[in-house]
Design a protein around this ligand. Structure first.
Ligand code: AMP
Length: 189
């Protein structure tokens, strides 16, 4: 079962991905977490992307696509995965499709978590994750980047008839229940 969990910053993707990981026993892959951990450990990747994450802009497609393709070939992803934060541009989505095709694999579900913008800002500013990009100014940049570069990814998967839109307002449990019932239509779950 290969799932994309999609939505703007603050929609709850990370929280829900962790719950899905436990329920379906398939790993959660967050590109943002990989970048943050690389920055913390001052690896060459971390040094390269630090100023980009700090600014709220996107890491170049090629870097992200290579990273994800490398990561997904690890054994732990062989029974499926939950992608959180990838793909974030149409070229990334196209590259991911090519990757799936090359590996004789397919995407099972594309879950879009919908949350109004005022609520996103409120959530991010109060989540206390100590992220350098969680300030009011950076959040505005990230939301703008989402609208300009990431939202078109939804249209890309719409054309494939894959988008399942979930109301992202409510308690964590309520939202989780909506996601799992949306996923239950897929035979592989
Ligand atoms: P996130 O934790 O998903 O909010 O990601 C934090 C930051 O990591 C983003 O603001 C980007 O700078 C970078 N990032 C994460 N995933 C991607 C991606 N798929 N493409 C480009 N940049 C990314």
């Amino acid at each position: 079962m290969n799932i994309i969990l999609f939505g703007p910053p603050g929609a709850g993707k990370g929280t829900q991905a962790k719950l899905l990981q436990d329920k379906y026993s398939i790993p959660h892959l967050s590109t943002g977490n990989i970048f943050r951990s690389a920055i913390k450990n001052k690896t060459p990747l971390g040094v390269k992307v630090k100023s980009i994450l700090d600014s709220g802009q996107l890491v170049p497609d090629e870097t992200v696509v290579d990273l994800v393709a490398d990561e997904l070939t690890k054994d732990k992803y062989k029974d499926g995965y939950i992608l959180d934060g990838f793909p974030r541009t149409v070229p990334q989505a196209e590259a991911f499709d090519a990757f799936l095709e090359k590996n004789n694999d397919a995407l099972d579900a594309f879950i879009l978590l919908s949350v109004p913008e005022e609520e996103l800002i409120k959530r991010i500013l109060s989540r206390g994750e100590d992220r350098s990009d969680d300030t009011e100014e950076k959040v505005k940049t990230r939301l703008q980047v989402y609208r300009d570069e990431t939202e078109p990814v939804k249209n890309y998967y719409d054309q494939q008839g894959k988008v399942q839109e979930i109301d992202g307002l409510g308690s964590i449990e309520e939202i989780f229940e909506r996601i799992t019932s949306a996923l239950s239509v897929h035979k592989t779950v």
